[in-house]
Design a protein around this ligand. Structure first.
Ligand code: COA
Length: 311
């Protein structure tokens, strides 16, 4: 068995790999358009090959300006392979060694996938293979969408929203909002990082997204106290909620509705037809707020990642 990154000459055979197991995958249209846009690169597609036939294929995604792959997008093994778990784990292991990194695997499935034998089986073998290759942590995120028919809420007038040019104000607000968060990624980062560094990293991450910096807002109460942050944004797929949060001393007053309303209005005012958002299944106050605001849970994102390094 040969394990290697793909080259342009492999394209026809790469397009011939089909995953029909009820989960997201790098189908031919996606493969061609992402290779064109730079979201996929041949060097970030690894194959296991025998006698000129592709027996396994792993496709990583990274934004067009990224210097390294950021997420595993698709894992395929040919149906004739006796040990798909072993082969997929080996393939991931070879690529991880070359990358000197283990990007997380993001798989999209329908709600209720556990009750669907096809999707449940598709996830089961991939989860085991990914785990053998070091992606042992599992997180379930709820995907929400708002469409223009749902309408944007009117402002309650309880909070004043201000744009601020100074990123330092957002760093300070992110730091306060991270205290007591139910968001897994933030909690995990705070185990190993200084809160200021964690806030800076998050602000830099949102800065690097395609959404406009001028959309960012800080929210203040009538007394002039900071209540929270609201960052409408966008990614390669279109408008997203981005980030919002309430400072701990103002939680439990429903301000989350005001912040989410402000983000929804920001996008709606520009004629946006669809806004997408993800939140952890365990972030119940956030999930409830999406549902109150007319966002619909349309899918699940499973994230398999390496354990946090406690260095
Ligand atoms: C999620 C969040 C915005 C909710 O804000 P909020 O305005 O307090 O939400 P609500 O007023 O609707 O709160 C509903 C209930 O959840 C509780 N709650 C809210 N946030 C909580 C938290 N982080 N931990 C524990 N309980 C929380 C509230 O106290 C309230 O309880 P009650 O009904 O017993 O009074 C807020 O927790 C937050 O800023 N978290 C950190 C950032 C975050 O997770 N952002 C979303 C990322 S996708």
């Amino acid at each position: 068995m040969i394990f290697r990154p793909a080259v342009e000459g492999d394209l026809d055979r790469l397009l011939g790999c089909v995953v029909d197991e009820g989960i997201s995958w790098a189908h031919p249209d996606r493969l061609l358009s992402f290779l064109e846009s730079g979201d996929y690169r041949h060097a970030w597609i690894w194959i296991a090959e025998e006698n000129g036939e592709i027996l396994a294929r792993a496709v990583w995604w990274g934004s067009p300006d990224a210097g390294k792959p950021l997420a595993l997008d698709c894992l395929y093994v040919h149906p004739s392979v006796d040990d798909p778990i072993g082969l997929a784990a080996d393939l991931l292991g070879h690529a991880h060694a070359a990358y000197d990194d283990k990007p997380a695997y993001h798989v999209f499935v329908s709600n209720g996938w556990r009750d669907d034998p096809t999707s449940a089986a598709a996830i089961a073998w991939r989860r085991t293979a990914a785990g053998r290759a070091g992606l042992t942590e599992e997180l379930e995120r709820l995907r929400y969408e708002w469409t223009a028919e749902a309408g944007a809420p009117k402002p309650s007038g309880r909070l004043e929203f201000r744009g601020e040019d100074d990123d330092e104000l957002f760093v300070a607000a992110f730091r306060r909002v991270a205290v007591g968060t139910l968001d897994h990624h933030t909690r995990e980062a705070l185990v190993t990082m200084d809160p200021d560094a964690q806030a800076r990293q998050d602000v830099a991450g949102y800065r690097s997204m395609p959404g406009e910096r001028s959309w960012w807002r800080l929210a203040y109460t009538a007394d002039g106290e900071l209540a929270g942050v609201a960052l409408p944004s966008a990614n390669g797929g279109g408008p997203v909620v981005g980030y919002l949060g309430v400072v701990p001393e103002h939680r439990g007053r429903g301000y989350v509705n005001d912040l989410l309303g402000e983000i929804t209005r920001n996008h709606a005012a520009r004629g946006v037809q669809r806004i997408v958002a993800d939140t952890d299944a365990g972030n119940v106050p956030m999930a409830r707020a999406f549902e109150r605001a007319g966002y619909r849970n349309f899918a699940i994102r499973l994230v398999l990642s390496p354990p946090p390094s406690h260095t």
